[in-house]
Design a protein around this ligand. Structure first.
Ligand code: 26V
Length: 815
């Protein structure tokens, strides 16, 4: 009976695909191109999703349910096709259909360009949130920018990173729906004129430049969900028909220039960039997102409920880091200028709808804007922020009448800078960190004064990841093994994974677990060989560090340790590793972050050094995987034995890669930083390798300036010999190539020497690495650790994260 039903479904899908191929392309199953095949299959999936989406949203609106608006400049979605099939429960059916047709399924997968509208953890977290909100049937719309070019593609040329534009929409995007009728107008420049009329003060924004924001809705599925999430992405356009006058006067070139300026807003995702021209455009992007989104939210609310005053009952807005923070003064503007409210009422509403999540304590990332530049681009918004600042300073003056320093320290505008984070701290109802340690650092250091002032606003909610993409989709082998023992409820219910714990003592289970890992290593090796011609030894340990390249993440620590091992091989005839090791790196560096790019080059130079030496090349190999993105992560993470999470304690807000590795049965080698702390608490010290200075120790050394890396270099031969390799001519590129890195470690360049305490933690890392290698020699004991990590990973499901957000901040009801 079951079989007959499956057969019927399969024939139905086949007929749908055949029909669509004919109608859309005039093709049959036999002569369709790969591209046409992909589009057609995707469209058939899209139909199913839209069906649910229409129904789900009708219900939300009919019942007048409160909705979450998640504002973020990044949504790192990755590919959608297979994920959607899994979520709809039709993956096996589609696989059967394609098998029947004789079309390889992988080919279909490969056709899809991934939506890389983000550069790292912050954007990927947003994508995991949408997955979970939909899975839990909670109403949400994500709001972002529809970048024509996403995160750049990384190409390595002679060991150096180069960037190639990511033209991800070149073939159009099947998942999006243009909503031109819901476009809004965003206003830049001009001046804000205050007018006293009979009704009091009104402000008129004059002589502005218009940009049209056109929304494109992407429907995001959840697992077995009744309510797909909406991701609304804004595209910037030059207003149709606008300036036709100039055109008529013959000012054709001017018009084309204006069009270019307007449309450049949604052209490209910024990797971190400090160029002033770039910063102007970035601020434009921020306001574009904020204004289009808030206008759209208010408009929809009024359409549904008639009265803007009920906004806080129906809407809660989460600001994903400070980038979308201009949504705050933009809502004030709409309430004051368009809705005619008084300041107090507008402020009351605004301060009840917004929450702010902080994602980093790195000082450079806490953006502030030059006041003059800001004022000329956004005069009305500037006036509103000034007023917020004025009123806040009055409050401060009452509280700290004699402390001028504190007042200017906490102000929203001071020293001709607008501090976006301070505005969020003052106005938002809640502020949260993304791990327990990070939450504590926000309260005790980064925002200490604000914590004293508003203690109730602060919370910490530890990040999570979606097990749908990071286990079910990325690691079908492990998923099947788990389901064979505890059933498949764990996909929706994160608590279920715990039930694996007793199996970590079951030798048969561990054998199967090891077999899955081995196959995943082989899968990666096959891919690397086919795509790059690189051969990986699948019997070696796969030691992986995959994340954005940044000094605080300390890829350099791992490289120096590899150099140390190399030195031991060359210095001692008898030295051997208990098992061969493959050191895998994957990372993109921001295009203007020269030191990060040097580290990428260094990794390649060290790889060549090892490869050239017959003593080392069979037992060590360094591999840099080009163009790290979501799809590559899905291949790489399930193949890892060791997960390197070695940031300087106190620097990594949470990390989410650490959770993905853990879930896939890799054992963490890490510092007590970010969510590593919680991973340590969950798995216990026997199942993780922790080393290095604690956040408090780092903070103390920074405070009392007691850290002396040159002293370590002079006093420790291992450190000296490893670091000296940067300068002694043994690396490709010559003895000058890594001079800056060497200098930065020992003396500092315009900055403290070894700012991220690489040399400080070197010896602890070296010692712990010996433990790791020894532990690996006992295969059964190692697999026990690996399986125990998977069993403990339930806590790091994003569903737990979303439940916490919902309980403490949002108060949404599921349909
Ligand atoms: C970081 C930095 C570091 C210093 C230089 C300037 C700069 C600019 C941007 C950023 C990214 C900040 C936002 C971000 O991606 N944070 C990441 O958010 C993840 C999700 O909460 C979290 O797991 C990562 O630890 C955190 O780095």
């Amino acid at each position: 009976m079951k079989n007959i039903m499956a057969q019927n479904r399969i024939q139905e899908i086949k007929a749908t695909i055949e029909g669509k191929l004919k109608r859309h392309y005039g093709r049959t199953l036999h002569n369709a191109s790969d591209e046409e095949m992909f589009q057609t299959v995707a469209l058939s999936i899209r139909d199913m999703i839209l069906e649910q989406w229409v129904k789900g949203n009708e219900e939300i609106n009919a019942r007048g349910r409160k909705k979450l608006c998640y504002l973020s400049v990044e949504f790192l979605m990755g590919r959608a096709l297979v994920n959607n099939m899994i979520n709809l429960g039709v993956l096996d059916d589609y696989k059967a259909v394609l098998a029947e047709i004789g079309y390889p399924f992988e080919k279909l997968e490969e056709q899809e360009n991934e939506a890389a509208l983000g550069s790292g953890g912050l954007g990927r977290l947003a994508a995991c949130f949408l997955d979970s909100l939909s899975t839990l049937n909670l109403p949400v719309t994500g709001y972002g920018i529809r970048y024509e070019y996403g995160m750049f593609c990384q190409r390595i040329v002679d060991g150096e990173q180069t960037e190639v534009p990511d033209d991800w929409m070149c073939k159009g995007d099947v998942w999006e729906i243009e909503r031109r009728e819901e476009q809004v107008e965003v206003r830049f420049e001009g001046m804000a004129e205050e007018l006293w009329t009979e009704e009091g003060l009104t402000v008129v924004h004059k002589n502005f430049q218009k940009v049209t924001a056109v929304p494109y809705d992407m429907i995001v599925t959840g697992y077995g969900s009744q309510l797909p999430a909406t991701l609304r992405l804004w595209r910037a356009e030059y207003p149709a028909g606008f300036d036709f006058h100039a055109f008529n006067k013959g000012d054709f070139v001017y018009m084309v220039q204006q069009k270019e300026i307007a449309e450049s807003i949604s052209k490209v995702l910024y990797p971190k960039d400090d160029h002033i021209g770039g910063r102007m455009l970035r601020l434009r992007q921020y306001y574009f997102l904020a204004s289009a989104t808030m206008q759209s939210i208010v408009r929809e609310h009024k359409k549904l409920y008639g009265d803007v005053r009920t906004l806080p009952e129906k809407i809660v807005i989460q600001i994903n880091d400070i980038h979308p923070a201009l949504a705050i003064p933009e809502l004030m503007r709409i309430l004051l200028d368009d809705e005619g409210m008084g300041w107090d009422e507008a402020y009351d509403i605004t301060s009840r709808v917004f929450n702010y999540t902080n994602h980093t304590v790195m000082h450079e990332a806490l953006e502030s804007w030059p006041a003059q530049l800001f004022k000329s681009m956004l005069p009305r918004i500037y006036a509103i922020i000034s007023e917020i600042n004025e009123r806040f300073q009055q409050q401060l003056l009452k509280r700290f009448p004699d402390d001028r320093d504190k007042i200017s320290h906490m102000a929203v505008i001071a020293y001709d800078e607008i501090r976006m984070a301070h505005m969020c701290l003052v106005v938002c109802a809640a502020v949260n960190g993304v791990s327990q340690l990070h939450g504590r650092i926000l309260k005790t250091r980064t925002f200490r004064d604000f914590y004293v002032m508003f203690p109730k606003k602060f919370t910490a909610i530890t990040n999570g990841i979606t097990p749908r993409r990071w286990l079910v989709s990325a690691n079908p082998g492990l998923c099947e093994l788990i389901a064979g023992h505890i059933g498949s409820r764990f996909i929706r219910d994160y608590r279920e994974l715990e039930r694996l714990k007793p199996l970590a003592d079951d030798r048969r289970f561990l054998k199967d677990f090891a077999l899955v890992k081995q196959r995943n290593k082989q899968r990666l090796a096959d891919y690397m060989f086919k795509k790059k011609g690189i051969a990986l030894n699948v019997d070696s340990i796969f030691d992986v560090q995959a994340k954005r390249l940044h000094e605080y993440k300390r890829q350099l620590l791992k490289v120096l340790h590899i150099l140390h091992l190399y030195n031991r091989f060359t210095g001692d005839e008898c030295f051997a590793l208990p098992r061969p090791v493959t050191f895998l790196f994957a990372a993109k560096a921001s295009p203007v972050y020269w030191r990060a790019k040097d580290i990428i080059n260094l990794i390649h130079a060290v790889a060549s050094l090892i490869e050239a030496n017959p003593r080392t090349r069979d037992c060590m190999k360094v591999v840099f995987l080009e163009n790290y993105n979501v799809s590559l992560a899905e291949l790489l993470i399930p193949a890892a034995d060791i997960s390197e999470q070695i940031s300087t304690a106190g620097c990594e807000a949470s990390g989410t890669g650490n959770m993905k590795f853990m879930l896939n049965g890799a054992v963490t080698l890490g510092t007590m930083d970010g969510a590593n702390v919680e991973i340590f608490e969950k798995v216990g010290q026997d199942n993780i390798f922790i080393f290095g200075a604690l956040a408090e120790e780092i903070a103390r050394m920074e405070r009392d300036n007691s850290y002396n890396p040159k002293g370590l270099f002079d006093g420790n031969a291992d450190i000296r010999n490893a670091v000296s390799r940067l300068m002694d001519g043994s690396l490709a590129g010559g003895s000058d190539r890594f001079h800056d890195l060497y200098q930065s470690l020992l003396y500092g360049c315009f900055d403290r020497a070894d700012k991220y305490f690489v040399l400080h933690d070197f010896d602890a890392y070296r010692a712990m690495y010996e433990n790791v290698l020894n532990a690996y020699t006992d295969a059964n004991a190692w697999m026990r650790k690996a399986a125990f990590n998977t069993a403990c990973a339930g806590y790091f499901s994003v569903d737990r994260t979303i439940e916490e957000y919902n309980r403490t901040l949002w108060g949404l009801d599921a349909i």
